[in-house]
Design a protein around this ligand. Sequence first.
Ligand code: THU
Length: 156
Amino acid sequence: MKGFETFKNLEELDNESKYLVHKAKEAAHHAYAPYSKFHVGAALMLEDGTVVTGSNQENASYPLCMCAERVALYVAATQHQGKRITKMAVVAHKKNHKELAAAASCGACRQVMAEFEERQRKPFEVVMHHTDSQWIKCESAHMLLPFVFTSESLID
Ligand code: THU
Protein backbone atom coordinates (compact mmCIF):
# COMPACT_ATOMS: atom_id res chain seq x y z
CA MET A 1 0.00 0.00 0.00
CA LYS A 2 1.34 3.42 -0.89
CA GLY A 3 -0.10 5.97 1.51
CA PHE A 4 -3.76 5.10 1.38
CA GLU A 5 -6.27 2.98 -0.50
CA THR A 6 -9.96 3.57 -1.08
CA PHE A 7 -12.68 0.95 -1.35
CA LYS A 8 -16.23 1.28 -2.58
CA ASN A 9 -17.48 -1.56 -0.40
CA LEU A 10 -16.55 -2.92 2.98
CA GLU A 11 -16.36 -6.38 1.41
CA GLU A 12 -13.26 -5.31 -0.54
CA LEU A 13 -11.26 -4.74 2.65
CA ASP A 14 -9.01 -7.40 4.19
CA ASN A 15 -10.60 -9.69 6.78
CA GLU A 16 -8.89 -8.09 9.77
CA SER A 17 -10.12 -4.63 8.74
CA LYS A 18 -13.65 -5.96 8.26
CA TYR A 19 -13.56 -7.53 11.70
CA LEU A 20 -12.32 -4.31 13.28
CA VAL A 21 -15.01 -2.29 11.51
CA HIS A 22 -17.56 -4.73 12.92
CA LYS A 23 -16.14 -4.14 16.43
CA ALA A 24 -16.22 -0.36 15.88
CA LYS A 25 -19.88 -0.58 14.81
CA GLU A 26 -20.66 -2.52 17.99
CA ALA A 27 -18.81 0.08 20.07
CA ALA A 28 -20.82 2.90 18.49
CA HIS A 29 -23.90 1.43 20.17
CA HIS A 30 -22.32 2.33 23.51
CA ALA A 31 -21.86 5.98 22.61
CA TYR A 32 -23.40 8.54 24.94
CA ALA A 33 -24.35 11.23 22.47
CA PRO A 34 -27.66 12.81 23.54
CA TYR A 35 -26.57 16.23 22.25
CA SER A 36 -25.09 15.58 18.82
CA LYS A 37 -26.90 12.26 18.28
CA PHE A 38 -23.79 11.32 16.32
CA HIS A 39 -22.71 7.89 17.52
CA VAL A 40 -19.06 7.07 16.87
CA GLY A 41 -17.22 3.82 17.48
CA ALA A 42 -13.51 3.12 17.31
CA ALA A 43 -11.73 -0.22 17.52
CA LEU A 44 -8.02 -0.90 17.88
CA MET A 45 -6.21 -4.11 17.03
CA LEU A 46 -3.18 -4.72 19.23
CA GLU A 47 -0.18 -6.75 18.16
CA ASP A 48 -1.29 -9.78 20.19
CA GLY A 49 -4.78 -9.77 18.66
CA THR A 50 -6.50 -8.00 21.53
CA VAL A 51 -9.25 -5.62 20.40
CA VAL A 52 -9.87 -2.42 22.38
CA THR A 53 -12.91 -0.29 21.63
CA GLY A 54 -14.16 3.19 22.44
CA SER A 55 -17.24 5.30 21.80
CA ASN A 56 -17.86 9.02 22.06
CA GLN A 57 -18.94 10.23 25.48
CA GLU A 58 -20.67 13.59 25.64
CA ASN A 59 -21.45 15.97 28.46
CA ALA A 60 -23.90 18.83 28.98
CA SER A 61 -20.78 20.95 29.26
CA TYR A 62 -20.05 20.51 25.55
CA PRO A 63 -16.27 21.05 25.53
CA LEU A 64 -15.93 18.02 27.80
CA CYS A 65 -17.17 15.64 25.12
CA MET A 66 -14.63 12.96 24.29
CA CYS A 67 -14.25 11.34 20.88
CA ALA A 68 -14.43 7.59 20.40
CA GLU A 69 -10.89 7.40 19.01
CA ARG A 70 -9.30 8.96 22.08
CA VAL A 71 -11.37 6.84 24.46
CA ALA A 72 -10.06 3.71 22.71
CA LEU A 73 -6.46 4.94 22.58
CA TYR A 74 -6.36 5.94 26.24
CA VAL A 75 -7.91 2.65 27.32
CA ALA A 76 -5.28 0.75 25.30
CA ALA A 77 -2.46 2.78 26.87
CA THR A 78 -3.85 2.21 30.34
CA GLN A 79 -4.93 -1.42 30.19
CA HIS A 80 -2.54 -2.85 27.60
CA GLN A 81 0.68 -0.99 28.27
CA GLY A 82 3.53 -1.79 25.93
CA LYS A 83 1.40 -3.58 23.33
CA ARG A 84 1.62 -1.93 19.94
CA ILE A 85 -1.47 -0.93 17.97
CA THR A 86 -1.49 -2.39 14.47
CA LYS A 87 -4.79 -1.04 13.15
CA MET A 88 -7.63 1.30 14.04
CA ALA A 89 -11.15 1.41 12.59
CA VAL A 90 -13.59 4.31 13.01
CA VAL A 91 -17.26 4.40 12.09
CA ALA A 92 -20.20 6.66 12.88
CA HIS A 93 -23.92 6.11 12.72
CA LYS A 94 -26.29 8.60 11.18
CA LYS A 95 -29.06 9.92 13.36
CA ASN A 96 -31.44 7.25 12.05
CA HIS A 97 -29.00 4.56 13.30
CA LYS A 98 -29.53 2.60 10.10
CA GLU A 99 -26.78 3.98 7.88
CA LEU A 100 -23.17 4.86 8.48
CA ALA A 101 -22.10 8.48 8.37
CA ALA A 102 -18.69 9.74 7.28
CA ALA A 103 -16.33 9.23 10.19
CA ALA A 104 -13.37 11.42 9.39
CA SER A 105 -11.47 11.65 12.66
CA CYS A 106 -11.22 15.19 14.01
CA GLY A 107 -7.92 17.05 14.17
CA ALA A 108 -7.53 16.52 17.91
CA CYS A 109 -7.80 12.75 17.48
CA ARG A 110 -5.37 12.81 14.56
CA GLN A 111 -2.86 14.64 16.77
CA VAL A 112 -3.25 12.03 19.50
CA MET A 113 -3.07 9.16 17.00
CA ALA A 114 0.17 10.59 15.60
CA GLU A 115 1.76 10.69 19.04
CA PHE A 116 0.69 7.11 19.74
CA GLU A 117 2.57 6.11 16.61
CA GLU A 118 5.63 7.93 17.86
CA ARG A 119 5.37 6.29 21.27
CA GLN A 120 5.30 2.82 19.75
CA ARG A 121 7.83 3.68 17.03
CA LYS A 122 5.71 1.94 14.46
CA PRO A 123 2.86 3.12 12.27
CA PHE A 124 -0.62 1.65 12.53
CA GLU A 125 -3.23 1.49 9.80
CA VAL A 126 -6.39 3.57 10.03
CA VAL A 127 -9.63 2.46 8.39
CA MET A 128 -12.45 4.98 8.19
CA HIS A 129 -15.81 5.14 6.55
CA HIS A 130 -14.94 8.38 4.86
CA THR A 131 -17.99 9.22 2.78
CA ASP A 132 -21.32 7.57 2.11
CA SER A 133 -19.84 5.41 -0.60
CA GLN A 134 -16.19 5.03 0.24
CA TRP A 135 -13.89 3.37 2.74
CA ILE A 136 -10.37 4.61 3.22
CA LYS A 137 -7.41 2.69 4.58
CA CYS A 138 -4.29 4.71 5.49
CA GLU A 139 -1.00 3.02 6.18
CA SER A 140 -0.21 5.38 9.03
CA ALA A 141 -1.96 7.84 11.33
CA HIS A 142 0.73 10.41 10.50
CA MET A 143 -0.62 10.51 6.96
CA LEU A 144 -3.80 12.03 8.34
CA LEU A 145 -2.01 15.04 9.78
CA PRO A 146 0.69 16.54 7.58
CA PHE A 147 3.17 18.89 9.27
CA VAL A 148 2.17 17.48 12.63
CA PHE A 149 3.27 19.11 15.88
CA THR A 150 5.47 16.69 17.81
CA SER A 151 7.41 16.49 21.04
CA GLU A 152 10.58 17.28 19.09
CA SER A 153 9.52 20.92 19.07
CA LEU A 154 9.59 20.91 22.87
CA ILE A 155 13.13 19.63 23.20
CA ASP A 156 15.82 22.28 23.76
N1 THU B 1 -16.64 12.60 17.41
C1 THU B 1 -15.89 11.48 17.58
O1 THU B 1 -16.15 10.65 18.45
N2 THU B 1 -14.82 11.30 16.76
C2 THU B 1 -14.43 12.19 15.82
O2 THU B 1 -13.34 12.06 15.28
C3 THU B 1 -15.33 13.27 15.42
C4 THU B 1 -16.37 13.63 16.42
C5 THU B 1 -17.78 12.82 18.31
C6 THU B 1 -17.59 13.96 19.26
C7 THU B 1 -19.01 14.36 19.54
O3 THU B 1 -19.50 13.55 20.60
C8 THU B 1 -19.77 14.01 18.28
O4 THU B 1 -18.92 13.12 17.56
C9 THU B 1 -20.11 15.20 17.39
O5 THU B 1 -19.00 15.96 17.12
